[in-house]
Structure formats: C-alpha cells, structure tokens
Design a protein around this ligand. Structure first.
Ligand code: FEO
Length: 170
C-alpha cells in the first residue's frame, strides 16, 4: 500500500515527466522551424522517453494500490535564440529533474517505504544518463560555435538516435 505523501509526490512527478516531454517536443518543433531535422528527431525521441518515465510512475502508483492523477499541463517555451541555448535549457531542466528524484528518494527513506526507494533507483541511474547525453550535445555546440559545417555534421549525427522502449532496453 502506498502512503499518501508518496502517492501525492509521485503524482506530481508524473506531471513533471509529462512536462519534460512537452518541453522536448516544443524544442523539436523549434529545430524543425530552423531546418535542423536531425536535432528535431533527437528531441522527438527524448520526448517519447519522457512519456515512458511518466508511465513508470503511473504504473507503479496503481500497482501499489494508489490512484494515478493527471494534473494541468503547463505550456512550454516555444523559441530559443540558438541550438546551444535550447540544449543549455534542456541540461538545466534535467538537473532540476535529478533534484526532484533525489527529493523523492529522501521522502521514501523518511517514510520507510523500501519498495518505492527500490523503484526510484532506476531513475537515479537514468538521470545520470539524461544529464550526460544532453550535456554532450551542448559541449559539441560550444566547440563548433557558429560554424555551419559543424552544425550540419552534428545534425546528421543526432538524426541517428532511435527510440528504444524501456522494456526492451532494461
Ligand atoms: Fe525523465 Fe529526462 O528525465
């Protein structure tokens, strides 16, 4: 049985994961608008991953006898001044999500809820990857500066990313 505090906090996290997907889909639309289709595709895959993160919380809440609730979705930012600015925002957002996951882990310890703590460990590892993958692209964009040829190559590289459903990946 899921305690009320954990249930409420996990429902908040569903909203944050869905917002992450919303934000990255908005970034995908921004990249399409400036003809960087590889960047757009990368962000679209990222948005799909966020939906699976939300679904993990959704399923876990229900599995533990709780009730998943969907809250209002905030509208994401639409424009960025450059690809680097978008990836810097994505990195900042992932650091925020990592802090949220850490707060949930602390709550699970306070509540002595070991099943929730165990469930959250997947997210602790995932956030290390999430921060690293976004930061890797941001660092490449810093290196190439405003060079169009470099941007073209990174766009081609990012186009290779494919969505792997978590059940097959982990
Ligand atoms: Fe669900 Fe990108 O963290």
């Amino acid at each position: 049985m899921l305690g009320q505090k954990i249930e409420e906090a996990f429902n908040e996290q569903i909203n944050k994961e869905l917002f992450s997907g919303y934000l990255y889909l908005s970034m995908s639309a921004y990249f399409l608008s400036i003809n960087l289709n590889g960047f757009a595709s990368w962000m679209r895959v990222q948005a799909l991953e966020e939906l699976t993160h939300a679904m993990k919380f959704f399923d876990f809440i229900n599995e533990r006898g709780g009730r998943a609730e969907l809250h209002e979705a905030k509208a994401p930012q639409k424009e960025w001044e450059s690809p680097l600015a978008a990836f810097e925002d994505a990195y900042e957002h992932e650091c925020f999500i990592s802090n949220c996951i850490n707060d949930l882990v602390n709550l699970s310890l306070d509540e002595k809820d070991h099943a929730s703590n165990n469930f959250l460990q997947w997210f602790v590892s995932e956030q290390v990857e999430e921060e690293a993958s976004v930061d890797e692209v941001a660092q490449k964009l810093k290196l190439i500066g405003g060079d169009g040829g470099g941007l073209f190559l990174v766009d081609q590289e990012l186009a290779q990313r494919v969505f792997t459903p978590p059940a097959a990946a982990k």
